[in-house]
Write a protein that binds this ligand. Structure first.
Ligand code: 13P
Ligand code: SF4
Length: 303
């Protein structure tokens, strides 16, 4: 009998499909990825691929971004309820009200937002390029949504006046400064690497602040043999797989994004068999949202 992985591979070829996977996905899903990456890498891939079908293993806003960039492709998610709670902390109506209170401000939307929110924004960013994007804006007055902690980190790095939204990642707030301190005492030689969605007291203790793929790239090139990692726990699998001679210690074993863990091999196979669940953004919203994402991809290319 064919293994489920083989069935996925065969069906994927028949459907001319590509499987895009985020770094927080379960190990067995990471292992079947055609491309494994962070939000920026995944959106760049979604814009470039010539596959006819994209199976997106991540959370809903990531698949929406793929559909915005590649409207002629069929974008599938194996689990329709896998969303990002932070993305749901703001909606288009609330953003319009905020814009009304701050005329002239430029809206920078973290990519962890819905399509309708992106459509109301000027430019998107991810954790990998937020500082660069904000630095490249002429204006001094910026509305940053929805992650107040990423926004505060960006303000600290750019010196720009930033209006924050009261949003945050419910997973990254479980990573505590006390736990970083404890891990540092236990692993005296280890470098501390954290995600910019962490709270400022955690960021203050870090040697590096990086996106998930930024962490993977850095882990390969640093001379350090041990690293304390402050982000969702799923990334440890990739870090360990790619760096067998190094050790990675998660700051908190409680930093688990339940939504990222909803996928399974069975669901991916089912998704390709039934061509479900399709994620598609209504055309008028899509075109407006695409402007903000395109601007981000454009800024990200310039070095
Ligand atoms: P990255 O873009 O760094 O992978 O982050 C995505 C995310 O959801 C972080 O919580
Ligand atoms: Fe959203 Fe946080 Fe999960 Fe990332 S880890 S998808 S920001 S809830």
């Amino acid at each position: 009998m064919d293994s489920i992985v083989k069935k996925i591979k065969d069906l994927k070829e028949r459907r001319k499909a590509v499987i895009l996977v985020h770094n927080y996905q379960p190990p067995e899903i990471q292992d079947i990825a055609d491309f494994l990456g962070d939000s920026l890498g995944l959106s760049q891939k979604a814009a470039q691929t010539d596959a006819e079908v994209i199976v997106f293993c991540g959370v809903h806003f990531m698949a929406e971004t793929a559909s915005i960039l590649s409207p002629k492709k069929v974008v599938l998610v194996p689990e329709i309820t896998a969303g990002c709670p932070m993305a749901n902390m703001i909606n288009a109506e609330k953003l319009r009200k905020l814009k009304g209170e701050h005329p002239g401000a430029v809206v920078v939307a973290y990519v962890n937002t819905t399509a309708e929110v992106k459509a109301e924004s000027d430019v998107c960013c991810t954790s990998a390029n937020a500082v660069k994007i904000v630095n490249s804006l002429d204006t001094k007055k910026i509305i940053f949504i929805p992650d107040k902690y990423l926004g505060q980190y960006v303000a600290s790095q750019t010196g720009k006046e930033i209006i924050f939204w009261e949003g945050y990642c419910p997973i990254h707030i479980k990573i505590l400064a006390d736990d970083v301190g404890k891990a540092k005492r236990e692993h005296l030689e280890a470098e501390v690497i954290v995600h910019p969605e962490c709270t400022p007291d955690v960021i203050a203790l870090a040697d590096k602040v990086l996106s998930t793929s930024g962490m993977c790239n850095y882990a390969q090139k640093t001379k350090s043999k041990e690293m304390i990692i402050g982000t969702e726990i799923g990334i440890i699998y990739r870090l360990q797989k790619e760096n067998k001679d190094k050790k990675f210690y998660p700051v908190s074993k409680h930093a688990v994004c339940e939504n990222m863990k909803k996928n399974s091999l069975e669901k991916v196979l089912w998704s390709l068999e039934e061509m479900k669940y399709e994620v598609k953004v209504e055309e008028k919203t899509r075109r407006k949202a695409k402007r903000a994402i395109d601007k981000m991809l454009q800024y990200s290319r310039v070095d």
